[in-house]
Design a protein around this ligand. Structure first.
Ligand code: HEC
Length: 189
């Protein structure tokens, strides 16, 4: 009897763990969906401007002036309570400053990069009755025009960034560095 009971108990535990896992997979899928919508829209806007002006100046103007407006426009199509935002340990715009949960996740990605265990995989966290899905953003070559070493950036881009973001911390990155995260926050259903 004891054995049957304990088997039953462990089956229930396994079943529960599986449903939690399945639920988390659904959460990740939903969050990544929102992030992709935001990301692909931003990418195409930046790409267009980079093509017209390879110095990055037009794209930098765009990132400074219109990112907020476009983020609002894309977000207006999301269900209520869903928001997508970007943050980093080294921020350019103070409005993008991380909160404690963001910092924890960012530090855990940084640690994985140092350990060599990093995989570009989303991470889910529960906070204040909401889920947050975090996708790490790693520096690629294209990011260096505006986040690379200042001595190699176009002077006009450097001037614009200095003028708009006097406390800019988001320079001097190298390819493969963690630039930050893009986050989808959604209410728990
Ligand atoms: C053309 C210039 C330009 C390029 C290229 C660029 N960025 Fe940025 N980035 C900016 C500007 C300007 C901001 C500040 C936007 C704002 O005011 O919200 C920014 C902000 C960010 C932020 C938000 C956090 C913060 O520091 O305020 C992240 C994350 C980010 N960029 C990642 C990237 C990544 C990853 C790439 C490459 C795939 C990239 N950027 C390429 C100009 C650029």
């Amino acid at each position: 009897m004891k054995i049957i009971l304990s088997t039953l108990v462990s089956l229930v535990i396994i079943a529960n763990a599986e449903s939690v896992n399945n639920n988390m997979q659904t959460v990740v899928k939903e969050g990544v969906g929102y992030i992709k919508q935001m990301g692909s829209r931003m990418k195409s806007e930046v790409k267009k401007r980079m093509k017209d002006d390879p110095t990055g100046l037009q794209a930098a103007y765009f990132c400074n002036k219109s990112v907020g407006t476009i983020a609002k426009e894309v977000s207006s199509k999301f269900p209520e309570g869903v928001r997508v935002y970007r943050t980093s340990l080294k921020i350019r715009n103070e409005k993008n400053a991380p909160d404690d949960t963001d910092k924890e996740v960012l530090n855990s990605f940084e640690k994985q990069i140092k350990d060599g265990t990093f995989k570009k995989k989303p991470k889910v966290v529960e906070v204040d009755g909401k889920y947050r899905v975090y996708v790490p953003l790693v520096i690629e070559k294209a990011c260096l025009k505006c986040h690379g070493s200042v001595s190699k950036m176009d002077k006009k881009v450097v001037d614009l960034l200095k003028q708009k973001y006097p406390n800019d911390k988001a320079v001097d990155f190298k390819e493969g560095d963690l630039r930050g995260v893009i986050v989808a926050e959604m209410p728990k259903k």
